[in-house]
Design a protein. Sequence first.
Length: 298
Amino acid sequence: MAKLQSLFRQIRQNFRYIAKWAVSGTCSLIAGIQILVFLCDLDMVFPDDLSFSSRVLVSIAVVLGIWCVLFIVKAAVVLVAKQADVISVSNGSHVYVEYGDLLEDRGGECSVIIPANRCFDTLVDNDLISETTVHGQAVQKICAAGITADELCRALQKDLRDNRRLLPEQELTRSEKRSGNLQRYPVGSIAEFKKDGEKTTYVFLGMSAFNSALHPETTDEEYALTVQRLMEHCWLRSQRFPVYMPVIGTNGRNNQKSERELLEYMVSVFRFHKHLINTDIHIVVYSKHRDRVSIQGL
């Protein structure tokens, strides 16, 4: 029963996209039928004694029947689709939106974008960083491979200082932030971490700022700048290896945009800057959100 309810929710999420596609397909078929009209006698379709109103009703029924069949076919395709190719670039690169697990092991060289706070904290204690967030889960996965949270923290701070040549824009006090790092970096700052011998580069993207209650806050302007910085980083640092990222901003946004709205914005930014895309980019929507977030019609 739960499976059936999930399927209905997925159809509802994608209804406008599927219906629009079915209308387009129906119009194409009707246009083809009109061409055939010139090649055959309409009396072969409608008996001579059939009234005009009956012919209209039959025609409407045929059109609706075609639309329903196309709707069902497209709905079946959408329900099994795990990936959508939303942007194709002349150099052969693509931007995909797909359902899956951002932190799964992929085997080959790749970069994984981890949205983080601008202090680049690594303490996952469900107070400073929650284990339910991408940030917390990424830190836990890295630490499970034999790296302590303190070692990861020092590595990120060293990368910011030595490789990115970034300086903190603000030195916080304990009254402003009761735990974690006190140095806050500019919006869109990026720190990389890659363990020796591994093929995944974790790219921590500084976006949110914790308030005194340790709640992440991000303005619309800061969000836009963060996505822009991410786009530039993919261009400069991808080395043509695939880049995987979540829908940025699903936790802690001040204006509480939906995940679909954030996804649409990210795709629009990548589409506007498609001349900077030089590798395959995968925007990963958590697989359990299939019935909440559509990846079609982007």
